[in-house]
Design a protein around this ligand. Structure first.
Ligand SMILES: [Zn+2]
Length: 184
């Protein structure tokens, strides 16, 4: 059995960036995407997907430690944390995936990046490595035992990106599932 942990970025109290089209938060939009990804495992007897949410009761570092400890305790083969990007510039538009740079994480991230670009057709900004104590998001990539990825398929601050992401959300879910399945 291959175990794929999907971690929803942010939490119920502090939901992350919001989309310019409909005001939906990262937490909301990605909670739905996670359910769509998980639905694909229903037809696969050898794969299991579990969705993990960060708890809002304690600080950021503790939240990350707690959620990745739960994914590890479950026995996750890979972890994928879901976000979308945001910029002060409404024109910013691309797909990016963040990796710790470990061999397992890079293999997972390369597949996920290709999957998202194939599904949405937005500009491919590639896989970016976050060093330990590096830029935004590094802790999510370095805390758990399993190879980790943090994905940002599009910009919630870009009107067209939001339209494309909604229109192609089912393809996005399917492609992410297949990429995760090949990596787990
Ligand atoms: Zn985020």
């Amino acid at each position: 059995m291959r175990k794929i942990a999907i971690i929803i970025g942010h939490n119920a109290k502090s939901q992350g960036a919001v989309r310019v089209t409909d005001g939906k938060s990262e937490f909301q939009w990605n909670s739905h995407l996670a359910e769509m990804i998980r639905a694909h495992a229903g037809c696969d007897p050898d794969a299991e997907i579990r969705i993990f949410r960060r708890q809002s009761g304690f600080g950021y570092t503790k939240q990350i430690q707690d959620v990745y400890a739960r994914a590890d305790a479950w026995g996750a083969d890979v972890t994928i944390e879901l976000h979308f990007n945001a910029s002060a510039s409404s024109a910013a538009s691309y797909t990016v995936t963040l990796s710790s740079g470990s061999a397992g994480s890079l293999a997972l991230c390369e597949r996920l990046q290709a999957a998202q670009v194939s599904a949405l057709g937005l500009r491919d900004a590639g896989v970016k490595v976050r060093e330990r104590n590096g830029g935004r998001g590094w802790r999510s990539l370095w805390t758990g035992r399993a190879p980790a990825a943090l994905i940002e398929p599009y910009f919630g601050s870009n009107f067209n990106d939001c339209i494309v992401a909604d229109k192609r959300k089912e393809e996005l879910a399917r492609e992410i599932y297949q990429a995760a399945r090949e990596s787990a």
